[in-house]
Design a protein around this ligand. Structure first.
Ligand code: GLY
Length: 422
C-alpha cells in the first residue's frame, strides 16, 4: 500500500512512523511535512488546503490511501475531493467535519444524541454580550467562564477564566474580528481525550490519553495547541471508557448518520470526567496533537491497515486492536514566546535522535535544522510505568538545544504520583 499523509506537525511525524511499521505499507509520502518527516518519507510542497492539489499529488504518486492529519483541509472539503477522484481517504467529509468546524453544529448533534455536554449559548451581537456573560458567570466563585471562538482556532481561541473582565475582553475581541462567540458552563473534573476510529456507526476506540493545554508548568498561563500528553490513563477505569464509547461516541456517530452527515475518520472526544460522569468538552474531526504522539507509540496493530479499513467501509471486520504494554509520555518543546508570536529561525541540535518528532522545523540551505513554528518538537518516551516513560521523555527534552525554548516539567506527573482520582 502507498500512503500519502497530509500535514506538517509532530502528529503527522508519529503517523508516518506508525505507518512504516505496518508490513503492508510499502511507501509513505507526506505533504507539506517538515525537516524531520523529510528524513523518513518522500516530501512534497503542495497547498494542502486545495483538494485539486492534493488529488493531483495522490494521482501522481499512485497513492492507495490518503490520510489527512489537520482539521483545516478537512473542514475545507479536501477529503471529499480525494474520494471523488476514486482514492481511499482517511478523514471525514466537509459536511461531517463540522463536528469540529462549528461548535454550534456540534452542540446541536450532541443535544439530539442525548449526550452530556456543557450548557452553552452563541453570542453574535456585541449588544447581547454582557447579559449573556451574566447568565454564564461562575457560581459560588469556584468555577469559571469558558469563552470560545465558534470556528477553528487551533486551541488558542479558548479562554477559561474566573475574572469577568478577562472573559468580556476575549469575547469582545472575537466579536470585533467578526467571529461569533460560544459561552459555555465550566465542566469540572480531569480531562480525557478518547480517539475513536469511526466509519458510520462502527466505533473502534484507541487508548485514552490526557493532554496539557496551558503553557506553564502547574497549569497556568494561556491555552496552547497542547504542551504534552500521556497514555494510557492509570486512574481511568475500563468501565468509564466503555461508558464513553456506548453513551457518547456511538450515539453521536449514529446521529451524524441519521442526519446524512456520516463520519468516516478519527472522531476525537474531548471529555471531562465530572462527579456526574463523563461529559463532552469538544469533538474534533482528526487525531489530536500531542496525544497522537503518545498513543501511537504504543500501537501494535498495523496502522495502515486500520486506517484503510475505515476508509473502505471494512472497519467492522477489522477486529480488536493490539497494544504494547506500558505507558508513553510526549512533551512539547516550544519556541521562545510561544503561544504569542514565537521566535523562529534558530538552529536546533539534538533533533535527529530516536523519539524526537518534528513539528515547527525546516532545513536551511546550509543543512542546519531551524525552528519554523511555535511548537517545534515533541519528544516521546515509553516505559513500563509513567515514571519510567517520563524519565525517557525528559532526558530527550533536556538534550535538545534551541535558544529560548521551553517545555512544561509536569507532564503526567500527577498521574505518575497517583494524585488523580475520580
Ligand atoms: N490536543 C488538542 C488538540 O489536538 O486539539
Amino acid at each position: 500500500m502507498r500512503v500519502l499523509v497530509i500535514g506538517s506537525g509532530a502528529r503527522e511525524h508519529a503517523l508516518l512512523l506508525a505507518l512504516r511499521r505496518d508490513p503492508e505499507v510499502e511507501e509513505v509520502a507526506i505533504a507539506p511535512g517538515n525537516a524531520g518527516t523529510a528524513i523518513i518519507a518522500d516530501q512534497y510542497d503542495v497547498d494542502v488546503t486545495s483538494g485539486e492539489a492534493v488529488v493531483k499529488l495522490a494521482q501522481r504518486l499512485k497513492s492507495d490511501l490518503v490520510v489527512i492529519g489537520p482539521e483545516v483541509p478537512l473542514v475545507l472539503g479536501v477529503a471529499d475531493a480525494v474520494r471523488e477522484a476514486g482514492i481511499a481517504c482517511f478523514g471525514p467529509t466537509k459536511d461531517a467535519a463540522r463536528i469540529e468546524g462549528s461548535k454550534a453544529f456540534a452542540k446541536d448533534v450532541m443535544t439530539k444524541a442525548g449526550v452530556r455536554t456543557a450548557s452553552s449559548e452563541i453570542v453574535d451581537n456585541p449588544g447581547h454580550l454582557d447579559a449573556a456573560l451574566d447568565r454564564f458567570g461562575p457560581p459560588a466563585g469556584q468555577a469559571a467562564w469558558v469563552v470560545k471562538d465558534d470556528g477553528l482556532a487551533a486551541g488558542k481561541g479558548v479562554v477559561v477564566t474566573t475574572d469577568p473582565d478577562t472573559a468580556r475582553a476575549h469575547a469582545a475581541s472575537l466579536l470585533d474580528s467578526g467571529h461569533p462567540v460560544l459561552l459555555e458552563s465550566f465542566l469540572d473534573g480531569p480531562e480525557v481525550s478518547l480517539f475513536c476510529v469511526v466509519d458510520g456507526e462502527t466505533v473502534v476506540p484507541l487508548l485514552p490519553a490526557q493532554d496539557f493545554k496551558r503553557i506553564e508548568t502547574g497549569d497556568s498561563g494561556p491555552n496552547t495547541g497542547g504542551m504534552g500528553a500521556y497514555s494510557p490513563l492509570p486512574w481511568l477505569p475500563e468501565a468509564v471508557i466503555t461508558q464513553i464509547v456506548d453513551e457518547i461516541v456511538k450515539p453521536v456517530a449514529a446521529e451524524l448518520v441519521a442526519r446524512g452527515s456520516s463520519f468516516s475518520g478519527l472522531l476525537y472526544a474531548g471529555l471531562a470526567i465530572t462527579s456526574n460522569g463523563p461529559a463532552v468538552v469538544e469533538f474534533n474531526c482528526r487525531f489530536g496533537d500531542p496525544e497522537t504522539q503518545a498513543v501511537l507509540a504504543l500501537l501494535e496493530s498495523p496502522l495502515g491497515q486500520l486506517l484503510r479499513a475505515a476508509a473502505t467501509g471494512e472497519l467492522a471486520s477489522f477486529g480488536d486492536l493490539q497494544w504494547h504494554d506500558g505507558y508513553a509520555v510526549a512533551v512539547v518543546v516550544a519556541a521562545e514566546n510561544y503561544p504569542g508570536r514565537p521566535r523562529l529561525g534558530d538552529v536546533i541540535t539534538g533533533s535527529e535522535a530516536d523519539g524526537v518528532l518534528h513539528a515547527g522545523t525546516a532545513r536551511r540551505d546550509d543543512g542546519a535544522i531551524v525552528s519554523s513554528g511555535g511548537r517545534v518538537l515533541s519528544v516521546v518516551g515509553t516505559g513500563p510505568d509513567l515514571s519510567a516513560a517520563r524519565d525517557v521523555a525528559y532526558s530527550l527534552a533536556k538534550s535538545i538545544k534551541l535558544p529560548g525554548s521551553h517545555f512544561r516539567t509536569d507532564i503526567a506527573l500527577a498521574a505518575a504520583e497517583g494524585r488523580i482520582g475520580l
